[in-house]
Write a protein that binds this ligand. Structure first.
Ligand code: AMP
Length: 122
């Protein structure tokens, strides 16, 4: 089944400059900005600029250049935000079971305190 991208999603609107954001880094293929409802002292979102719904869409269809730019940018943000030594968590949600709210691929990067267990018990 092909992926279907909704160009009206809120992160697409951020990328078009229709909604403001608190930018951390802006590269050729990647934007990193602060989450509007942070769950930790550091909570930023890394998104590719291309129209990808989720991780598997991005991994399957993005160009090598986009994939490298995204991950190198994530690495530099982790270093710049001081997360390398104490650690951090990187999470991505997808679809119904992942309880994804915004249908544009994004990696949550959280840190600044000890984070809880990976998932709540069912
Ligand atoms: P997810 O449930 O993985 O799709 O997470 C979506 C995230 O986007 C949530 O953590 C929201 O707080 C965040 N979010 C939604 N709208 C905005 C916005 N305008 N600016 C920054 N973060 C946002």
């Amino acid at each position: 089944m092909p992926w279907t991208y909704d160009p009206q999603n809120i992160f697409a609107r951020i990328l078009r400059g229709e909604i403001p954001n608190k930018t951390v880094v802006d590269t050729a293929h990647t934007l990193v900005f602060h989450d509007i409802r942070p769950h930790a002292p550091v909570h930023v979102l890394a998104i590719p600029k291309g129209p990808y719904v989720n991780l598997d869409h991005f991994a399957a269809e993005a160009s090598a250049e986009e994939i490298v730019d995204f991950h190198r940018t994530v690495a530099s943000v982790i270093a710049d935000l001081g997360l390398r030594e104490a650690g951090y968590r990187a999470i991505t949600n997808a679809g119904l079971h992942g309880m994804q709210e915004v249908p544009h691929y994004h990696l949550h990067i959280l840190g600044g305190r000890t984070l809880g267990r990976l998932v709540d018990p069912a």
